[in-house]
Ligand binder design. Structure first.
Ligand code: SF4
Length: 368
């Protein structure tokens, strides 16, 4: 018989479970504190819980975290973590420490059904949603990795920009965000938990009502026809519908809503595109992250050249729209979302010898 995954339990679920064991309900909060404040998934270490209850915890729940399949440290200090779920699927998160923060990019699904043309995860299709516990496990694993690297810091910022469309897995993502924001648990600031969506309009509205997180929109074009070609979600929720809901969104950060704009050479990077973008953003407090396209196998799209990118950026900043250029961290280790997991998924279809040779080549490349 499989046991329920301990990290899937909510605070109220733990309280009910404790009550059913004849224990005080407040112990439920303490159990969740061990998990989400001390990154501890070993109940035998829960020193403020009785030994009888600890034994019950061990026998009643599955405490194992997803297995780290591959760790790829990048030359820029980030670390890509490929995780294998209990049902042998691959997902990933990216740990990006910098001087004054430690950002973790988490996945919310295995694959994604949104089929954005420039994205490698989009080519995989959706295999399944991750549970709340599988999302939180990425934070715990990242914190444990920091400790193993000799760092005293924990993750300070979380961005839902890994594999998957977070708002397509709404309840699990909201439930995970609640634990991230709760000061008794992960205790992250609402400015520092960012949910990034391709534009599922009704879910954006609901998110604003349910949990105070920062919002990022994968925009990539402010032209309806072009955006529908790049992002099929735009056919259902075009730019006017998106803008309507964003104007009402309760923004959590000083700069308002973040818009992600992947710069693709000759596709969406002209001044005419920039003009449409400025028009779309009119009336909103916004920041635009300009992201050079990260090429991936099977795609002919390449990044805009730096000069053209500077012109595009200047057009925005001259109109008081902050537009930093953001390079995907960990590019030397397949840093962009879904690249590593989809690589491993492809490997599963190959003969073991072919996989071994490919991984050896990859390993050698990381050491050049
Ligand atoms: S860009 Fe995001 S929403 Fe679009 S296919 Fe990729 S993971 Fe899914």
């Amino acid at each position: 018989m499989t046991h329920p995954f301990a990290l899937d339990m909510t605070e109220s679920g733990w309280k009910e479970w404790c009550t059913a064991q004849g224990a005080k309900p407040f112990l439920g909060t303490q159990i969740l504190e061990w998990i989400a404040r001390k990154d501890c998934n070993e109940p035998e270490k829960f020193s403020n819980v009785s030994s009888a209850l600890r034994a019950k915890l061990i026998e009643s729940f599955d405490w194992s975290l997803p297995v780290i399949d591959t760790l790829l440290p990048s030359g820029d200090g980030s670390e890509k973590i490929l995780l294998k779920t209990k049902d042998n699927l691959f997902t990933e998160c990216v740990l990006m420490p910098s001087e004054n923060r430690v950002t973790l990019c988490v996945s919310s699904q295995v694959g994604c059904r949104m089929a954005c043309t420039f994205c490698q995860t989009g080519k995989m299709g959706l295999t399944r949603h991750l549970s709340r516990g599988e999302i939180l496990a990425q934070v715990i694993i990242a914190n444990q990795r920091l400790k193993a690297r000799g760092e005293s810091r924990r993750v300070t910022n979380i961005v839902f920009m890994g594999m998957g469309e977070p708002l397509d897995n709404f309840e699990e993502v909201v439930s995970a965000c609640e634990v991230m924001l709760d000061e008794r648990f992960f205790g992250l600031s609402k400015h520092k938990v960012t949910v990034s969506t391709s534009g599922l309009v009704p879910a954006i509205e609901e998110l604003g009502r349910r949990v105070p997180v920062s919002l990022a929109i994968s925009l990539h074009s402010a032209d309806d026809e072009q955006r529908s070609g790049m992002m099929p979600v735009n056919k259902t929720y075009p730019l006017t519908a998106l803008k309507d809901v964003l104007l009402k969104y309760p923004v959590q950060t000083r700069h308002g809503i973040t818009f992600e704009y992947v710069m693709i050479n000759g596709v969406n990077d002209s001044i005419a595109h920039a003009k449409k973008l400025v028009k779309f953003l009119h009336g909103m407090k916004a920041k635009v992250n300009l992201i050079p396209m990260n090429p991936h196998p099977g795609s002919t799209m390449v990044a805009t050249d730096p000069e053209r990118m500077r012109e595009f950026q200047k057009y925005l900043t001259d109109r008081s729209i902050p537009a930093p250029v953001r390079y995907s961290r960990g590019q030397d280790v397949s840093g962009a979302c879904g690249q590593l997991a989809s690589k491993r998924k492809d490997e599963l279809q190959l003969a073991p010898r072919t996989v071994a040779l490919a991984r050896r080549r990859e390993w050698l490349e990381t050491r050049r």
